[in-house]
Design a protein around this ligand. Structure first.
Ligand code: DGL
Length: 263
């Protein structure tokens, strides 16, 4: 059995690097492949058909690059495309590959607290899918879920424009003051978690960079058939479909010594 395969992390842009950073910190021995489809960012403002098409292109590319397990760090792609990928695409195209998303692990953590009101801040497409509300209601149908789209945040983060972000965050937080917890349902928002926590000091702010590494480690522990295929040489290969100086700067702030290259 091959034991040189990679853990893949997929996102529509660079936000998924934050989760990748958490994976690497927790399990540095593995070989990681990152693919950000920045040529088509933002997914959050696209139609479901476009999101599915681009996510499938990403999956094909990552499977060609020898990924054994792929974590779709993108909430929008998880919301729209994961079920199709797991139920239709993989069985036919790559039955030995595993693809996981971020929504269910996040909901599990959010629901650990006994909650009445749960906030979700995400892209327009994720909010439109109501995936968080659906999954939270599977756990407890009495939870009141307040979902809000925040289309301004991703472009500001991707262009490294952090000065303007805080005013938007402050404004969004007004909608979540009565929540027991707030899900940051977008890959990019972990970069803003301190701001959300500043304006919502009494709310449990659920940030995916703080939960996904443990969920992945737990998954690999339970799936030896995947674990044994993974290379453990500490290799990193980070690629994007479109590269510019802003994206290089954002990536460099997160990983000073790993080059971001164009796929
Ligand atoms: N990666 C997307 C998400 O997590 C945000 C960026 C985008 O809209 O493409 O929903």
């Amino acid at each position: 059995m091959a034991n040189n395969m990679k853990i893949g992390v997929f996102d529509s842009g660079l936000g998924g690097l934050v989760i990748t950073q958490a994976f690497i910190k927790s399990q540095p021995q593995f070989d990681y492949f990152y693919y950000g489809d920045s040529a088509h960012l933002p997914y959050g403002e696209k139609t479901s058909g476009q999101i599915l098409k681009y996510t499938l292109q990403g999956m094909r590319y990552m499977i060609e690059q020898n990924c054994k397990i792929i974590i779709i760090a993108c909430n929008t792609a998880t919301s729209i495309a994961l079920r199709y990928i797991q139920q239709r695409f993989l069985p036919e195209y790559a039955p030995d590959i595993k693809v996981l998303g971020v929504v269910i692990p996040t909901v599990e953590v959010a629901a650990e607290t006994n909650l009445k009101n749960v906030g979700v801040v995400a892209t327009s497409a994720t909010v439109r899918s109501h995936i968080y509300r659906t999954e939270l209601h599977k756990i407890n149908p009495n939870i009141n879920v307040i979902e809000l789209a925040a289309p301004e945040l991703v472009p500001l983060i991707e262009s490294n424009n952090f000065e303007y972000v805080e005013d938007f965050v402050k404004e969004y937080c007004n909608s979540f003051k009565d929540c027991g917890s707030l899900i940051l349902g977008c890959t990019h928002y972990p970069l803003l978690k301190d701001m959300f926590r500043k304006y919502l000091p009494n709310v449990k702010v659920v940030s995916q960079d703080e939960l996904m590494a443990e969920k992945l480690a737990d998954y690999l522990k339970r799936h030896n058939e995947i674990y044994t295929c993974l290379g453990q040489n500490g290799l990193r290969d980070f690629r994007v479909s479109s590269l510019n100086k802003h994206s290089q700067k954002v990536a460099q702030n997160l990983f000073a010594d790993i080059p971001l290259i164009k796929a």
